[in-house]
Design a protein around this ligand. Structure first.
Ligand code: PEP
Ligand code: MG
Length: 764
């Protein structure tokens, strides 16, 4: 074996990797992305040849050479094609690097001029995407550190290649050059099927999120751009000249230089050319900034290379100025499919007049509050697509969202449209068929009664809940009204809101949960910066640290309940008995305050959420202190299985049928039954028919679900006896894997004739 020379082991060309990844992201199509990589890798690794293969799905994953650099006379004859392909396939087959040097491995008659070969697999989300190869003409063994560097780079470019592939296939499909519409798989957010037009919501901070949008009034667009340039340049001049701002002379020079770049002819000329080609100013600006940044990035001088960042900063400032000039009212298509990297509840609320038909989010999973919101609005959602396709390219495209499978189809042809129309019609028929259950109570065939409540968070959730035959509100998330304001609502504002909810459902019970902000529910006007927000200051912890806020909320709730008496009060994120005791004292104090003010107050039922694993282990002590328990499976599973509920990458580890989750649920429900404390389940898992069956087997007191899930769960409850559910529970408890439990319950649902309730992605 050839030993690695000491001097070579430390030479890792990783400093240039960022630039390679960045230019990959900027490439207009797949071909230029791949050629760019081959060229850059050949330069950075100082090799004679770089080859890039991609797996060809049409050829059972065999490797197809897609791009190369150095395959010319100057570099010397390469490996014969067949041998090179065989080596690439070997790398692919083993999913391991192949590093060859000696003449036995590369016999002269087969290797041509190649005397050093290194191929590494390019993996994306545990699937093989292709193979990256470098070759040297002279006899050479690639060092361990070179191998590690190439493998590192391969891991870094995988995501970019995937995105470039998606971008190319979307444009091919839009141009009618592709036989079948491409589809992309994300994480199921909310079920349902919808077709419509993509509308991208982009961040002012992220130029790469800006979509292309055709414009007709080119002169108006040019005027907007010129005005934005004037505004930004003036602002930069002002900062540079401002006395007393404490700026050092070199800072002033920098701001003057920024102003010059913003006004520069180069930037203007290329942006104006983009606008004249029919793109709106923001899209043209994005391209022009990209082009200029690349120019600097390609420079050898490190100082000049860093100027690329300045160009991007100026681009962001110009984008901000442009966005501020936009009319406040966005023009949403008639059937809007809202697309965005990180959409918020506010983005959804901005689409008015029933135009919103589906949601596509770059990040998140079915347990993200955005997905929960979509479910409560009865529209499908797909989450976690940011690593799979460039979301900006969906703007203005015709889309089909299949929320059952988490699939997004782009520019579907007429036959696919027909197929989905049929599916949607089947959906409607099932909903119609289940409508007759609306007036019936939910009970098993042997008479075990399971009241079905609904979850809500917006006033607009109330009508769908009533229409679905909800027996009350099992969970009202009070944080949503806090999130859509720009300051804390007053006691009076809260009173009016809660009163409306309680009145709408009267005499049915309404469970108002106290504020559960923190985690993924931030308030813009109450910023909390934490590195680990889900393990941080959240829910009851904030309420106890801010008793004034908590008391205001409780007072509003108690007042709203006067004369109605259908309020239940629920406390989130209880992790220890002390927190519950403290909260109960504050509730008592709020009641006393109101009584001292002369109001007669009836004490509502008070419950604790069981959604933190520690609460499962002290559930008996908690049950003794409250009137009911409500299990929040969304958080309970997140904390029990160490799976971030918002992270699409780990979504497949989030499983309500994990044996540990089943054990925890069983422990809670048994403790509740022993102490005579009703136990409800209000997490999203309650809407999964398989989980609901187990909960009935355990003897759950009630379920609280999204309104859209209610009729199907009622159907499932009617179709089983408690005895059968118990039997299925006993069988499940013997199984060690969630997949086996899922298979058992799916079969049980099918045997009961509930095929329509079985969807591929149910995981609670
Ligand atoms: C839960 O955690 O299951 C729950 C119902 O609360 P949220 O989703 O609002 O955190
Ligand atoms: Mg929760």
């Amino acid at each position: 074996m050839i030993r690695e020379p000491a001097s070579r082991s430390s030479v890792l060309p990783t400093t240039r990797f960022d630039a390679i990844v960045q230019s990959l992201g900027d490439a207009p199509n797949l071909d230029s992305a791949l050629y760019g990589i081959a060229k850059d890798v050949r330069n950075v690794f100082r090799v004679d040849i770089c080859l890039l293969y991609l797996s060809d799905p049409a050829q059972q994953g065999l490797q197809r050479l897609m791009a190369s650099d150095g395959l010319d006379a100057h570099a010397g004859p390469p490996l014969p094609h067949a041998f090179a392909d065989a080596l690439a396939n070997l790398v692919a087959e083993r999913s391991e690097p192949v590093n060859l040097c000696d003449s036995q491995a590369l016999p002269a008659h087969r290797s041509g001029n190649c005397q050093g070969y290194l191929g590494v697999p390019v993996m994306h989300q545990s699937a093989l995407l292709g193979v990256l190869v470098v070759q040297k003409k002279a006899k050479y063994r690639f060092s361990e550190s070179e191998l590690a560097s190439l493998a590192t780079l391969a891991a870094q470019i995988a995501g970019g290649i995937k995105l470039a592939e998606a971008r190319s296939s979307i444009s091919a499909s839009a141009a009618g050059d592709q036989a079948a519409a491409p589809f992309f798989e994300g994480v199921i957010g909310a079920p349902g099927i919808a077709n419509g037009t993509g509308h991208v919501v982009y961040s002012r901070e992220k130029l790469e999120q800006v979509p292309d949008r055709p414009v007709t009034d080119i002169e108006a667009e040019i005027a907007d751009f010129q005005a934005a340039v004037g505004q930004v340049a003036q602002e930069l001049d002002r900062i540079a000249e401002e006395q007393g701002a404490g700026l050092m002379p070199e800072d002033r020079t920098l701001f003057r230089a920024y102003a010059m770049i913003a006004r520069s002819d180069e930037l203007k000329t290329s942006t104006l050319a983009g606008i004249r080609n029919g793109n709106w100013a923001a899209g043209a600006l994005r391209d022009s900034i990209r082009e200029h940044a690349r120019y600097f990035e390609a420079m050898n001088d490190p100082y000049l290379r860093e100027r690329a960042d300045d160009i991007r900063d100026i681009g962001r400032a110009l984008l901000n100025a442009l966005k501020a000039r936009d009319p406040v009212e966005e023009r949403y298509p008639a059937r809007t499919i809202l697309v965005g990297e990180d959409l918020s509840a506010l983005d959804l609320a901005a689409v008015k007049g029933g135009r919103l038909v589906a949601v596509i989010s770059g990040h998140g999973s079915r347990l993200s509050h955005l997905a929960i919101l979509a479910r409560s609005m009865g529209i499908p959602a797909i989450m976690g697509l940011a690593d799979t396709l460039p979301l900006a390219s969906l703007d203005g495209k015709s889309l089909i969202v299949d929320g059952y499978r988490g699939r997004l189809y782009v520019e579907p042809d007429a036959s696919l449209q027909r197929e989905f129309r049929n599916l949607a019609a089947r959906e409607r028929r099932l909903s119609k068929k289940l409508r007759h259950l609306r007036e019936q109570t939910a009970q098993t065939s042997d008479g075990f009664r399971v009241p079905l409540y609904t979850n809500a968070g917006l006033l607009s959730d109330l009508n769908p809940s009533l229409a679905a035959g909800s027996e009350g509100i099992g969970l009202y998330r009070t944080e949503f009204p806090f999130m859509v304001r720009d300051s804390f609502p007053t006691e009076e504002e809260q009173y009016l809101l809660y009163r409306q909810v309680l009145e709408t459902f009267h005499p049915r019970p309404v469970t108002l949960r106290t504020l559960d902000i923190g985690g993924d529910k931030p308030l813009s006007y109450f910023p909390v910066k934490e590195t680990n927000p889900f393990l941080g200051w959240r829910g009851i912890r904030i309420s106890l640290d801010h008793p004034e806020m908590f008391l205001t909320q409780i007072r509003a709730m108690l007042r709203a309940n006067r004369g109605l008496n259908n309020l239940n009060l629920l406390l989130p994120m209880i992790s220890r008995v002390e927190d519950l005791d403290e909260a109960l004292v504050l509730i008592q104090r709020a009641q006393q305050q109101l009584e001292q003010e002369g109001l007669s107050i009836t004490r509502p039922l008070v419950g604790a959420m069981i959604e933190v694993p520690s609460a499962v282990y002290v559930v008996e002590a908690l049950a003794r202190r409250v009137d009911f328990l409500s299990v929040g499976t969304n958080d309970l599973i997140q904390y029990l299985l160490a799976v971030d509920r918002n992270n699409e990458r780990v979504a497949r580890w989030f499983d309500a049928l994990h044996p540990a989750v089943i054990q925890a649920l069983l422990r809670i429900i048994r403790a509740g039954r022993r102490s005579g404390t009703p136990v409800s389940v209000c997490g999203e898992a309650a809407g999964d028919p398989a989980v609901a069956l187990l909960l009935i087997g355990m003897g759950v007191s009630s379920l609280s679900l999204s309104a859209g899930d209610l009729p199907r769960i009622k159907w499932a409850i009617h179709s089983f006896s408690r005895q059968r559910a118990r039997h299925l529970l006993r069988q499940s408890l013997k199984l060690e894997q969630a997949s086996a439990i899922r298979a058992l319950l799916t079969q049980a649902l099918r045997d009961a004739g509930l095929n329509a309730l079985v969807h591929p992605g149910n995981r609670g």
